[in-house]
Design a protein around this ligand. Structure first.
Ligand code: PMP
Length: 338
């Protein structure tokens, strides 16, 4: 019989999928390169790449004694890292408390609660120094006895998990033929860990960041963008400033329209940061093709699933509200089908 005893054994070892139709002619047809291979991270049991860092951060805290049996994990997050932490905490029997601002959707809070986590919601309308503010509440909760705060923006086990798992998987899956690695940057854990590992195997591998226009990683000041999970208005400790050879800036409009193309043309339902990274990978593939680099093997990491964005990126009204092109209709009448 083939089975695992723990859900945690299902984290990682995600497949590479070759992109075809969305690369646009002359790429993607037949065997001629450059190839673009997508690392499909939504196939992790918690639905995102963040399962990897959640396990590694928790196991390291257990080993160091920072997290003791009966301890409480406290993190100010409501996104994929929250889901990863909630899942691992549940599997290992820890209490898990998330602090999130009231603007976070009820759906996101409910996912965390479904895993048994507790969610403390803080008002956005109060100043940071107010006792009920997001910052003060999470600091207060994290300083109680038995509490431990993973802090994905400064925890070295975040990039380390990618150095130890994601990087080696990509190297083995491509049999060392990878020439370019493309990924978005939020905490910078993915690019720093994978990038360092790959460059240690072959220093000529190019590490390319994809970044929303306006974020610090592409020279901005943190001007607002709508793509979620990537781009920052500060430099996190988990980002290794020496790792990226290049950063490709992608607009929200290009990120969202490419995210929709991935679903409609590759049957790959992924989130906006995945669409953004894949768009950058496609641009890079065309550049390399123009230089005659048909041997290039580009690996692009797709962090999460499109399921979490159905009311946003995949909703025409939402796109239209921000002036983005929509392309498809939301409602189909019987008459249109017959
Ligand atoms: N995409 C999504 C949807 C994310 O949640 C994150 C993590 N914030 C990233 C991309 C970026 O990954 P990293 O934090 O490793 O840079």
């Amino acid at each position: 019989m083939q089975y695992v005893d723990s859900l945690l054994d299902l984290i990682g070892h995600t497949p590479l999928l070759r992109l075809s139709r969305t690369l646009d002619a002359p790429l993607g047809q037949g065997e001629e390169g450059p190839m673009v291979l997508a690392k499909v991270e939504y196939l992790n049991p918690g639905g995102s790449v963040k399962d990897r860092i959640a396990t590694r951060m928790i196991e390291a805290a257990e080993a160091s004694g920072e997290l003791q049996p009966g301890g409480i994990i406290v993190e100010p997050t409501s996104g994929n890292t929250g889901v990863g932490l909630a899942m691992v905490a549940q599997a290992k029997g820890y209490r898990c408390v998330f602090v999130c601002p009231d603007k976070v959707s009820e759906d996101k809070r409910n996912v965390l609660r479904a895993y048994g986590a507790e969610v403390v919601v803080c008002p956005t309308a109060v100043a940071p120094e107010h006792p009920d503010s997001y910052y003060n509440v999470s600091d207060r909760l994290a300083s109680q006895p038995g509490a431990w705060k993973p802090d994905q923006y400064s925890n070295p086990n975040n990039p380390r998990s990618h150095y130890e798992t994601t990087g080696p998987e990509i190297w083995e899956q491509t049999e060392g033929r990878i020439t370019h690695f493309v990924t978005g940057m939020g905490t910078g854990g993915t690019i720093s860990g994978v990038g360092r590992y790959l460059k240690e195997q072959n220093s000529s591998i190019q590490v390319v960041g994809a970044d929303p226009a306006g974020s610090v990683y592409s020279g901005g000041t943190g001007r607002p963008y709508l793509v979620e999970g990537v781009g920052e208005d500060f430099w996190p400790d988990t980002y290794d400033r020496g790792v990226a050879d290049r950063v490709i800036e992608v607009s929200d409009a290009d990120a969202f329209s490419f995210t929709r193309r991935l679903a409609r043309e590759e049957a790959l339902l992924v989130g906006g940061s995945a669409g953004m990274a894949a768009y950058a990978a496609k641009q890079l593939a065309h550049e390399l093709a123009a230089e005659g680099r048909t041997d290039a093997v580009i690996v692009v990491l797709l962090p999460d699933s499109g399921r979490g964005y159905l009311t946003k990126i995949f909703n025409d009204d939402w796109l239209a509200q921000y002036g983005f092109p929509t392309g498809t209709t939301t409602e189909t009448t019987v008459g249109e089908v017959l």
